[in-house]
Design a protein around this ligand. Structure first.
Ligand code: SF4
Length: 681
């Protein structure tokens, strides 16, 4: 179509950053985004944070990948699609000769539901492997595992709008105003309207300034925290006996376990005043409607699943689940991490959490996909990286992930990738991970594609294409389809994202009623959406839990593996900051954001800095048993004297050089929040 110079249009789509899923209206002039604004009536009610509002320069960045690249003589060189796809297919065929464990894929919480669905279908049918995972393993794998055990499904039980009716809000393990800014703003608004606010965090985060009770717990003591709150509630006789009798099971055994605990004992573990712990427990229990909000400060431990099940115990003990304004709310980090899990980008789950170990589920998908499927549980993300290093995995397909920055123990990841047999990376920029790729395939960004993201409150939202992609970059699902075609495998001949959603809805019960047509007509849908005329569920577990009765799960406090000692006397926590998103591939390309948050830093308590003779802004070395990094100090008297904090966004010797250790035995999530370290000026 003829488009005159200065051609302007507005396109409504979804923010590519955090799991809130704010609606963005992109102003596009001559195929370039020139402004972003929002409108009322969406999840964000007109609010946007600095990332969604300003960080769009990356879309038209000159750094974008515009053509496939193949490594020749150690250097990535431009290639045609035909050459690149042919090489990838040949390497995949060779790897398959070694057996199903030899193929693996890392899918992406930054890609659409449609991309993720096609990716996991590809690894399972073309790769004949369940070795498919994504970085949910690093953030909310313990939520998926823990809430599934307690309730039967692992997702946020409330909607964001229900914050407006909560009488008490308990935030733990979430720096909400920085990591989910619009939800953080809504919590502050609700507090201003009179709701009670309880915050339990090792760092004195912004929300702590508004809290009725702030518990500055030691890192890694969440299980003791929740047990202490529940002990206080039981001591005061404030448990909801009717709810417990009618809706739950396992309470007697749970009570026996709770009888071994005291508030004083739990408070001592957490390093807080037992009276404040009692006050918090009683405050939560005595308000009618209450929500618990948590994120990676609960999940990223070797006891992450226990921490998650403890939040569920607390909600069930007080009957604060299954009603409007009552629930347990894991705040999902990336824009589509909920959707990537829903789509089966997990080693033990087919779409809709239908298990790969369940013969009936496997048979259903074999019929639907006309393929023979593996019946095992595949390798998790960290196991895949190990397998690449020891060459049991010969073919690794990475779509939109950057494990060199996001994964724990960077030195180990580097060794593995250096040792790899063959790696193909599909992305929008060269990253720290493409340095180890044999083939790089250029993909579309959010503003160049149609599709859907599922936000943290299970809401499925439509992305609309606003601009054309640079060069010969393609949709992720199209690229996967090209490789499948080259391999001679059918089932990937999709013509549009909408067509892919039709297939998703035919095999995924919770997405049965979802279609692009409905979404583009303005239907607002949150899963489970079981029919074409359903809007799904505003809150989960009304009347009945997904698993029938809610299960009280016993979780005793187990100290983190990393404990401060003479050699490593401090504990480092890692996390996110407001300005940056994940591994910074997108946000670092907005000059204004880089101007205010361009460098890595280490937060340290000024009293501890004085002990070491360190001034604010000094460069220090931080060393753990796994590696060493250097960064500038930033003083924060809201951090405990024996703790440090570093954001993990920064590559090139970033915070994840220091993290690692034993994973959670159930969810296999690594303990990213607690690393023992020493510092030198
Ligand atoms: Fe909304 Fe999150 Fe995007 Fe900020 S980053 S605009 S809070 S979706």
């Amino acid at each position: 179509k003829f488009k005159p110079f200065g051609y302007t249009k507005h396109v409504q789509t979804v923010c590519p950053y955090c799991g809130v899923g704010c609606t963005l209206n992109l102003k596009v002039v001559d195929n370039k985004i020139t402004d972003v604004f929002s409108t009322e009536g969406n999840v964000n009610d007109n609010l946007l944070c600095v990332k969604g509002r300003f960080a769009y320069d990356f879309v038209s960045s000159p750094d974008r990948l515009t053509t496939p690249l193949i490594r020749k003589d150690g250097v990535l060189q431009e290639a045609s699609w035909e050459e690149a796809i042919s090489l990838v297919a040949q390497k995949l065929k060779e790897a398959k000769q070694e057996g199903p464990q030899a193929v693996a894929g890392l899918s992406s919480a930054r890609c659409t539901n449609e991309d993720n669905y096609v990716f996991q279908k590809f690894i399972r049918t073309v790769g004949e492997s369940n070795n498919v995972d994504h970085c949910a393993r690093l953030c909310h794998a313990s939520t998926v595992a823990g809430l599934a055990k307690s309730f039967g499904s692992g997702a946020m039980t409330n909607s964001i709008e229900e914050i407006d009716v909560m009488d008490v809000i308990l935030v733990s393990g979430s720096n909400t105003t920085e990591t989910h800014p619009v939800i953080g703003a809504k919590i502050k608004q609700r507090k201003a309207q009179g709701a009670a606010l309880i915050v339990a965090e090792p760092r004195k985060i912004e929300l702590a300034n508004y809290a009725d009770v702030y518990l500055q717990i030691k890192p890694g003591t969440n299980v003791a925290l929740f047990n202490g709150l529940m002990r206080a509630i039981l001591d005061a006789g404030l448990e909801d006996k009717t709810f417990i009798n009618e809706r739950t099971e396992g309470f007697e055994a749970f009570l026996e376990f709770m009888d071994t605990l005291t508030v004083e004992k739990c408070a001592e573990i957490c390093g807080v005043d037992p009276e404040e712990m009692r006050k918090a427990g009683v405050l939560y229990a005595t308000k009618d409607r209450g929500g618990i909000f948590y994120s990676m400060g609960v999940t990223q431990f070797s006891t992450g699943t226990d921490g998650v099940m403890s939040t569920a115990n607390l909600a069930m003990l007080t009957g604060k689940i299954g009603r409007e304004g009552c629930g347990v709310n894991p705040l999902r980090g990336q824009n589509n991490v909920q959707g990537a899990c829903d789509m089966g980008a997990l080693p033990g789950d087919l779409p809709g959490y239908q298990k790969t170990a369940n013969p009936e589920a496997v048979e259903k998908f074999e019929k639907a996909w006309d393929a023979k499927l593996p019946q095992n549980t595949g390798k998790t993300l960290t196991e895949i990286i190990d397998g690449v290093g020891d060459k049991t995995i010969k073919f690794l397909y990475v779509m939109g992930e950057n494990p060199m920055v996001s994964d724990p123990n960077t030195n180990h990841v580097k060794e593995s990738l250096e040792n790899a047999n063959f790696i193909v990376v599909q992305d929008i920029f060269l990253t720290e991970t493409t340095e180890y790729a044999d083939v790089v395939l250029p993909a579309h960004v959010y503003a160049e594609k149609d599709g859907t993201f599922t936000n943290t409150e299970r809401r499925i939202q439509l992305l609309r294409k606003a601009v054309d992609a640079p060069g010969v970059a393609k949709n992720d699902w199209e690229i996967i389809g090209m490789i499948a075609k080259e391999m001679g495998v059918k089932g990937f001949d999709f013509n549009s994202a909408s067509e892919i959603m039709e297939e998703i809805s035919s095999v995924t019960p919770s997405y049965t009623g979802v279609s692009h047509e409905r979404l583009s007509n303005g239907d607002r849908i949150q899963w489970p959406c079981l029919s074409k005329d359903s809007e799904g569920a505003k809150f989960l577990h009304a009347g009945k839990f997904t698993r029938g009765l809610g299960a009280f799960m016993i979780a005793d406090y187990i100290p983190p593996e990393d404990q401060a000692d003479d050699e490593y006397p401090l504990i480092l926590m890692t996390g996110r900051i407001l300005e940056h998103y994940h591994t910074r591939t997108m946000t670092k390309r907005t000059p204004g954001i880089e101007a205010i948050a361009g460098d890595a830093f280490v937060e340290i308590n000024p009293a501890k800095a004085l002990e070491y003779g360190i001034a604010e802004g000094d460069m220090i070395h931080v060393t753990s048993p796994r590696g060493s990094v250097s960064a500038k100090t930033r003083f924060n008297d809201g951090i405990m004297e024996n703790n440090l904090f570093m954001p993990f966004h920064y590559g090139d010797g970033g915070a994840n050089c220091l993290t690692g250790g034993a994973v959670d035995p159930i969810a296999k999530i690594p303990p990213l929040k607690v690393s023992k370290v020493r510092i030198t000026k």
